[in-house]
Design a protein around this ligand. Sequence first.
Ligand code: NMN
Length: 266
Amino acid sequence: LWLGDGTTPNLQEVIIGRCYNYIRVVNPSIGERNCTAIWNAFREAFIYRNACSVLPSDYQTFIFLASHQVPPNKALFWEKTKRLVHRYSDTTRRMMPLGDTLIGWLGDDLTWCGSSSGDGLDYMSCPTTAECEHNPVESFWRIASTTYASLSSGVIQVMLNGSVSDGAYPENSFFAKFELPYLRKDNISEVQIWVMDEVGGPDVESCGTESVGVLQRILKEEGFNHTCTDNYRAVRILQCVDSPSHPACLCPSAASTLQLLDLHLL
Ligand code: NMN
């Protein structure tokens, strides 16, 4: 028995349903796709197989069938800001993070792994990456991430979490290991880093310091133009929808007025 959740029930129906939802409703601009063929190529990577011997390359046919262009200036990479990223991206309307591409859309929040018996899927448990690296879900996201990075172009964004204590840019993250090294420098004009603190959360990391500084140095060494913005305002406004009267959510002039009132009247 593995430590991770077992295969999501009705995996086939979920994947095929998501596929039609994506190509017919979410983003028909990618053109006609064969959702049955996409499901078959996906399942071939792991069905009836040992849950610890699935490699990213086992998804090659699936990736070939499901990949599509990422529009220039729409790529959005992230670490520890998943919910905020997807609220901001607005299902491809504003940006197209991996989770808003067909490949990411199909796999998001699901679990799957093979079993030698039954219908070839293990519904009881699946290995975590700590238990074995070459598990079906980890290998899926590795090839999804490298493919997505290699298709990104123009101005690209990276949204990091400035309130976490274990590193806004951890060196063993998906972004560090499977995206940054696969960016095509010739196609990328600028990397914009946004370091977003949680509203009311601690300001642990900022542009120019600690792990964000490490990322900035790597980008410079690799020859990327980059900028870094703390609490990028458009995204901050979105965070503030849930706590509109928090001081961090007041416009700067109102905040300084409050500060004055505080100093002189209280
Ligand atoms: O899961 P972490 O390590 O935070 O990685 C996030 C990065 O890796 C993002 O830049 C994203 O492109 C990619 N990724 C996305 C998903 C997802 O959308 N569910 C899963 C794994 C990796």
